[in-house]
Design a protein around this ligand. Structure first.
Ligand SMILES: [Zn+2]
Length: 250
């Protein structure tokens, strides 16, 4: 064995070194600069291409909701019922950039002035949202927070499934407690306590109370107007769902 090894080594030692017929030439400064420039360009284009691919991947159906399989028997998507978009002619500007269905707006104004007479200033945080805007909110926030659709749907409805698109839903805040805007702590404000006692007189109903059957996160700030036949019809499926749950099952 030892001899074999030695003989192998000898063989490899015997291979003569290749002799260069052309002497090694170092690249010139100009060539080095060209190589550096070329590498930078190559890296840059690789980054551009991969970013492009990533954004296309993000937009692809992989990241969208698989709506067919997520739909429940009563037409809900991740707990939310489908809602149509309000007609443009029914919307009024409640505040700059904030629109509501005119019937909800009228009722809200009456409710806000009654609250204000008792020293409570209600703030309209959000009203009508187009399905396009809802899409931006839902997918925008979802990817920003790296949440999956089910998690996101607990706090924001998927596009086409938000009460806000009817123009009848409002998100309310307390002017004295802006720190509780869109927070569960809003339930501790004077505004919420007042709403709990008085909102029904103005036909406003809390859409997602604690432990709601739709399994949407508790939203003390989100109220919907049910004071007209049209408004009531919009929320019929949701109310039917509540009614059915109250019926005794045999
Ligand atoms: Zn809302």
């Amino acid at each position: 064995m030892a001899r074999d090894e030695r003989s192998r080594r000898n063989i490899s030692d015997d291979i003569p070194l290749a002799r260069r017929s052309i002497p090694i030439r170092r690249p010139s400064q100009r060539e080095l600069k060209l190589i550096a420039l070329f590498s930078v360009l190559l890296i840059f284009s690789a980054i551009v291409i991969s970013l492009n691919l990533f954004s296309r991947f993000k937009k692809s159906s992989l990241f969208e909701l698989d709506t067919q399989s997520a739909l429940s028997k009563d037409g809900r998507l991740l707990g939310h019922f489908p809602y149509p978009e309000a007609l443009k002619e029914d919307l009024v500007e409640a505040y700059p950039g904030l629109q509501l269905h005119r019937d909800a707006y009228k009722a809200l104004m009456r409710m806000a002035s009654a609250a204000s007479a008792q020293g409570i200033n209600l703030i309209l945080l959000s009203g009508y949202r187009s399905i396009d805007l809802q899409r931006e909110i839902f997918y925008g926030l979802k990817s920003a927070r790296n949440q999956i659709a089910i998690e996101r749907a607990k706090v924001s409805a998927p596009p086409g499934y938000s009460e806000h698109s009817t123009g009848y839903a409002v998100d309310l805040g307390d002017a004295a407690r802006r720190d509780t805007d869109f927070e569960v702590e809003f339930e501790q404000t004077r505004a919420f306590l007042w709403l709990r006692e008085n909102a029904a007189k103005y036909h406003f109903v809390l859409s997602f109370p604690k432990g709601n059957l739709q399994k949407v996160s508790y939203e003390p700030w989100h109220w919907r107007f049910e004071g007209t036949v049209d408004a009531l019809r919009q929320f019929d499926a949701s109310n039917e769902n509540r009614r059915r749950a109250l019926e005794p099952s045999y």
